[in-house]
Each structure stands twice: as structure tokens, then as C-alpha cells.
Design a binder for this molecule. Structure first.
Ligand code: URA
Length: 423
């Protein structure tokens, strides 16, 4: 079958067969099928979608374009978490060691921040000398000795996704549920895991701005993982305000350490424990998350993982030159602390990238963020700005002014967990 016949079929709204999807992705990966035909198919998928069976076939084809870790090669019950990305979402950093301290194995392949959303790898690299690029032998050794390892996507994992994601980026085909699902799940399923907990972010600082889109993505991810024989659950969680009280790489590692001490902000501490409980339940391990925080074993696991990655926690975290309080213009209750505006402010300070090749400033960002529903007095800081002077001050001020709203009347804090979608 010629590639254009497969494109034609999807263009006309028909269902693609398993072999057609497999052949198309194999040809694209080995370069025999050109970018323009892949782009045409991606656009046909964008308009006509894919059913659950086609999405699972596309995921398998992309996963099998590269190395798939044999679950038998790793010890114990293997479980991971994936977040679709947001502002101040540092949860992976305390979560992986917490779950490992309870007895599971967590082989976590993470990403970098792009645009306003942060990335776990950038955050971890604020720890001096932490290497996200371990060799396969080092990765396996860390998992065996510590129970968790957090690395970047290697060239061997899902190369079809690497090529296709770059192509989607420049052909306006990123926001398609089957394409997003297959992209995320092809990488996660290559980790050799038995179970996966998904944190689908919903709100102004997330990819999915409303509950209908978040629900459709969560359902697509859960259905695909389940069709591939894994235990999967998705939580849809609020991303209209940042998670926790910090945004920015080193600041978020600082908050992660507080969570590991059991002293984090209520929302990020609570979500870490909730996701840990879900991961342990799926892994069939009766571990006790709060006890692992209290007895210090989660912190010890984190320190051991950092050491295996060459990181030096004793060197401390980088700090910005200036810490500037941003005062509330009046007294009242915080009615808005907009995740998108605060993400943009952090980007302006230098914490993120405009394009993948940019470098990040690990020290800058925002801390002491007030949360929706909290009382503030006029002049009291709504947040503290950590700056190394990269930003346009007027632009930053405008973003911060637009991010917060203060109400004279009490405001209820919004629920963090909006919905749970089980496999
Ligand atoms: N994250 C991914 O890995 N892929 C997508 O398509 C979107 C978000």
C-alpha cells in the first residue's frame, strides 16, 4: 500500500488498520517516508481523529520505533507518574523518592520546560553537577540500589515521537488528542512500567484550558494505557493558579525538599501524598507515604538518587541577586493568582525558554506566592520576585498586576483535584 493511500483513507474519515499505522511509522522512522507525507497524515488525524484502537496502535508503533525496557530487567513493581505540565508543578521531584522509599521502582523519564510550563530536568539541574543523561547501565544500577532514577529522554526511546513532535510543532498539529496521547504514552510505555498515574492539568497555565478537553485527554491516555495492558489512572487537577508557593527551577527544588521534610505548602504536599497513594495502590504495594516522610526514608532516597546522578546537594541551590517583594495594592482576599500570567512572569525573569536551544537561569522565579482564598493586607507581598536583572521591569510589573485580583469578600479556595478517571 502506498503512503498516499493511507493518508487518503484518514483524510476521508475512515479507520486505519494496525498494519497501515505500523508501516507508516516504520517508514517515517527509517527515513524512507518523507516529512511531507507524515505531516499530511498528522493533519488528517488532526481533523478526523482516531478511535481508541487506532490510537493504541499508533502508540505501540511509536514505542516500538526505539528501545523498550524489558520490565523483567528491573526489580519489583515498576510504576511512574506523568504530568501534562503546568506552572510550579515540581511534584515529580519529591514523589519519585517517596514512592521508591515505600518499596516501588520508579524509572522516570522526564522532560524539559518549554514555553511557560516548567520541566523536571531543568529543575533537577539546579542541583550542582546533577546529570540527567545517565548511561543505561548507570540508570539500571540507580534503580536497583535506590529504587528511583530521573533521567531525560535518550535517543533510543521512541525516536518516531522525537521526529514527529518536531514536525507537529511546525505544522500546527500539536493540539490533537490522538497525537498527544500517542506521543506521551509511547515514551512512558517504553520505560518498562507496570502501572502509570497521570496528572492531567486543567486551567490557564495548562495545555488543556477547560474540563471538556482535559477529560478527553485523560480518557484517551487511560484507554490507551489500559489497552496496552497497564494499570492506569488519571487525575484531572487544577492549573488556574500555580501549584505550591514557588515557580522557578531552584526555588521549586527548595519547595520539593520542604515536601520531603513534610513541611511543604498544603496543596503541593497534599498532591504529592495523593499521587503517591495512587501509585502504590496501582503497584499493589501497601506503603505508607506519610510515614516515609516522617521517618526520613523518602529524603534519604532522594539524597541517594541525587548522589547516583553525580549531584551535590551540600553545595546548596543557586540564589538570584535580588529578592523583591511584590506588594498587594489593597487588603482583602486573593480571588485570582493566574497561573498563565505568573508562568509568563517567571519566563521573563529567565527561568524558562523561548525555544529549545535557549539556556535557563536556575536561580530566578517567584516564591511566597499567595493562594486563592488567602487573606492579605495592603502592602503585604503577594509574592517575592527573584531576579538576576534579565527582565524588562515594566513588562514584569504589568504581568504581576494582571495576575492577581483581590476581593473585599471571602473567596473559597478551589478544589485541587477536579476529577478521577479510572482505567
Ligand atoms: N507532551 C508530549 O510529550 N507530547 C505531546 O504531544 C504533548 C505534550
Amino acid at each position: 500500500m502506498l503512503p498516499q493511500w493511507i493518508i487518503e483513507k484518514k483524510r476521508d474519515g475512515a479507520e486505519l488498520g494496525t498494519e497501515e499505522i505500523r508501516a507508516f511509522i516504520a517508514g517515517y522512522t527509517d527515513g524512507t517516508l518523507p516529512d511531507y507525507q507524515m505531516a499530511a497524515l498528522a493533519m488528517a488525524i488532526y481533523f478526523n481523529g482516531m478511535n481508541a484502537r487506532e490510537t493504541a496502535d499508533l502508540t505501540v508503533a511509536m514505542m516500538e520505533s526505539g528501545k523498550v525496557i524489558d520490565p523483567a530487567a528491573l526489580p519489583g513493581s515498576k510504576v511512574d507518574k506523568h504530568s501534562t505540565g503546568g506552572i510550579g508543578d515540581k511534584i515529580s521531584i519529591p514523589l519519585a523518592p517517596l514512592v521508591a522509599a515505600c518499596g516501588a521502582t520508579v524509572p522516570m523519564i522526564s522532560g524539559r520546560g518549554l514555553g511557560i510550563t516548567g520541566g523536571t530536568l531543568d529543575k533537577l539541574e539546579s542541583i550542582r553537577d546533577y546529570r540527567v543523561g545517565l548511561s543505561e547501565a548507570e540508570f539500571f544500577r540507580t534503580l536497583e540500589t535506590v529504587g528511583c532514577s530521573m533521567i531525560g529522554q535518550t535517543a533510543e526511546i521512541a525516536p518516531a515521537d522525537k521526529k514527529l513532535y518536531a514536525l507537529r510543532d511546525v505544522t500546527a498539529t500539536v493540539p490533537s488528542i490522538p497525537l498527544i496521547v500517542s506521543s506521551i504514552m509511547s515514551k512512558k510505555m517504553a520505560e518498562g512500567i507496570d502501572a502509570l498515574v497521570l496528572d492531567v492539568k486543567c486551567g490557564s497555565g495548562a495545555f488543556m484550558k477547560d474540563i471538556e478537553h482535559a477529560r478527553a485527554l485523560a480518557k484517551g491516555l487511560v484507554d490507551t494505557g489500559t489497552a496496552m495492558g497497564k494499570k492506569v489512572v488519571a487525575l484531572i487537577t487544577d492549573m488556574n493558579q500555580p501549584l505550591g508557593r514557588t515557580v522557578g527551577n531552584a526555588l521549586e527544588v527548595g519547595e520539593s525538599l520542604a515536601i520531603l521534610r513534610g513541611e511543604g505548602p498544603a496543596d503541593s504536599q497534599g498532591l504529592t501524598l495523593e499521587l503517591a497513594a495512587r501509585m502504590l495502590a496501582l503497584a499493589g504495594i501497601g506503603g505508607d507515604g506519610p510515614a516515609a516522610l516522617e521517618n526520613g526514608s523518602a529524603m534519604e532516597t532522594f539524597e541517594a538518587m541525587v548522589a547516583c546522578h553525580g549531584g551535590n546537594l551540600a553545595a546548596g541551590l543557586p540564589a538570584a541577586n535580588k529578592q523583591i517583594p511584590f506588594p498587594a495594592p489593597k487588603s482583602g482576599y486573593v480571588a485570582k493568582a493566574d497561573a498563565e500570567a505568573l508562568g509568563r512572569a517567571s519566563l521573563l525573569l529567565g527561568a524558562g525558554r523561548a525555544k529549545t536551544t535557549d539556556s535557563v537561569d536556575h536561580a530566578v522565579g517567584l516564591s511566597d506566592l499567595k493562594k486563592i482564598g488567602e487573606r492579605v493586607e495592603a502592602g503585604e507581598p503577594l509574592c517575592t520576585v527573584h531576579s538576576n536583572g534579565h527582565e524588562n521591569e515594566a513588562e514584569l510589573r504589568k504581568l504581576l498586576d494582571s495576575a492577581f485580583e483581590i476581593s473585599a469578600n471571602p473567596v473559597a479556595a478551589p478544589p485541587l483535584i477536579i476529577e478521577v478517571i479510572e482505567g
